[in-house]
Design a protein around this ligand. Structure first.
Ligand code: NAP
Length: 454
């Protein structure tokens, strides 16, 4: 895929970027290694001051960066601006907390003194997706840089201007030169970078295919990897649920980011007693959403990021329909409207169809009816993925069973699944491994050093 900004609204190529040459890539690796040697000796106070400055820059330029994201990948401007503000939040969170998370931990042993010290690993490669072009990068970079690591960003090929703008934020914030560098390289060059002995570890957020490829390459070099991959999160509605609250949350949970979120609710699992009432509310609310120019403040849903994503989603829906699924709403690309795909609700799906087990990366809700809680939990878990799960109930016993039995990296009761700097984020099964955010996130790229003194 060319490294380029292509308007998701018009399909026009707005700007292209040549990939780094082999010599340019080598130079950036050399600079990163040199930067780590001195950066690792900086204090938490110094790093925290630079990261707070980065947060101020993000706040001050939120409209500019928001517009850049909207231009490159089509999310609504209001959601893009909110994303920039969330990046400032994660910067401040780690500026405030990294020294606490990484303070020496005393330990009792047969030594006169023993403790655990947390030290940086070195150069960490971050391979990131386009769907939250700023947030995905900052949730990696804020803890990694506070820990004393240096970062190399290989961003998705359709958001190069976001990638360069983020590098600029860290430079302008006063971080030492080359502590965070953007590499404009194609996916095919990732293996070269992870094989380089100067690179210690990698994190990838993206598809299963990309995750497997990076993990295999890193495995051959015995390097640590964190993987944040896809999901097909269940959204379970039980008989005691507040149906209005659940339906309103369901719309946001499915439509966030024009439906292109890993933690979007993708499978709506409804117990029979409330299914008809809930579906009626869902249809009404989906129908009311306004599609249009993502720069327009009145728009709820913009275009999908690329033509390829629209085509793949359309093909998945067609396959489901060909097998017998019913289109309750939408379900076909919008003629003459570039990458737009309408809010869609599908029912009558057999959970065993292969397509029902895939991730639908767009505004399409698969709705399933089940007789009871047992069946709801069984269906929720019957997926290759294990990222998030949302369950709606007023019954404490049902709540406790959902918390205990849902196979996911996060369970939200009476709320939609969301990321929060204060809470760990990550998946199980084919959704990946490792965690981001909170204390768990900063510990991923750390040498947990045991110190024993006789
Ligand atoms: P993608 O194609 O896997 O792209 C993600 C990144 O990986 C891009 O930088 C891409 O570069 C790179 N890449 C692609 N193939 C690669 C390979 N073989 N080796 C190394 N790097 C490779 O993912 P996407 O389709 O753009 O993003 C959507 C997916 O990401 C969905 O499955 C979604 O659920 C998942 N996601 C997960 C999370 C999470 O936190 N769990 C968050 C957001 C998204 P190019 O752009 O140059 O191809």
């Amino acid at each position: 895929m060319a490294i380029a900004t292509v308007s998701p609204v018009t399909g026009e190529t707005l700007k292209t970027f040549p990939p780094l040459t082999t010599a340019e890539l080598e130079e950036k690796l050399t600079l990163a290694e040199a930067a780590f040697r001195s950066y690792r000796r900086t204090t938490f106070a110094e790093r925290g001051a630079w990261l707070r400055r980065a947060a101020e820059i993000l706040d001050a330029k939120r409209d500019e960066y928001g517009r850049l994201m909207t231009t490159e990948m089509g999310k609504t401007l209001k959601s893009a601006i909110a994303e920039v503000q969330k990046c400032a939040l994660v910067c401040r969170y780690y500026a405030d907390n990294a020294a606490i998370f990484l303070a020496d931990q005393p330990a009792t042993s047969d030594a006169s003194t023993s403790f655990v010290r947390y030290q940086p690993l070195g150069i960490v490669l971050a391979v990131m997706p386009w769907n939250f072009p700023f947030w995905q990068v900052f949730r990696f970079a804020a803890p990694a840089l506070m820990a004393g690591n240096v970062g190399l960003l290989k961003h998705a090929s359709n958001v190069p201007q976001c990638a360069l703008a983020i590098e600029q934020v860290f430079q302008a914030a006063g971080f030492p030169a080359n502590v965070f560098q953007t590499l404009l390289i194609p996916a095919s060059a990732v293996e070269t970078v992870i094989h380089d002995p100067r690179v210690q570890a990698a994190t990838l957020t993206g598809s299963e295919t990309a995750g497997m490829s990076l993990a295999a390459a890193a495995g051959r070099q015995l390097k640590k990897v964190v993987l944040e991959l896809g999901g097909s999160d269940p959204f379970i509605v039980l008989s005691s649920a507040d149906l209005d609250a659940a339906a309103t949350a369901a719309v946001t949970a499915r439509m966030l980011n024009n439906g292109q979120s890993c933690i979007a609710a993708k499978r709506f699992i409804l117990v029979a007693s409330i299914a008809d009432a809930f579906i009626e509310k869902l249809v009404a609310q989906f129908s009311a959403l306004k599609l249009g120019d993502p720069l327009d403040a009145a728009t709820d849903i913009g275009p999908l990021a690329t033509t390829a994503i629209r085509d793949e989603l359309a093909a998945q829906v067609e396959q489901l329909v060909a097998q017998g699924a019913k289109r309750l709403l939408g379900g076909q690309p919008m003629a003459g409207m570039s990458n737009f795909y309408p809010p869609t609700i599908l029912t009558g799906i057999d959970p065993d169809w292969p397509e029902a087990r895939e991730e639908l990366f767009g505004p399409v809700a698969m709705v399933f009816r089940v007789p009871n809680l047992d069946a709801a939990i069984a269906l929720a878990n019957d997926t290759p993925f294990g990222l998030g799960a949302s369950a709606w109930t007023q019954d404490p016993a049902e709540r406790d069973r959902c918390v205990a039995e849902l196979e996911a990296g996060a369970v939200f009761i009476n709320g939609l699944v969301k990321s929060d700097p204060r809470l760990p984020f990550g998946g199980i099964k084919r959704s990946g491994y490792g965690r981001e955010l909170s204390r768990e996130g900063i510990l991923e790229f750390i040498n947990v050093k045991t110190v024993w003194i006789a």
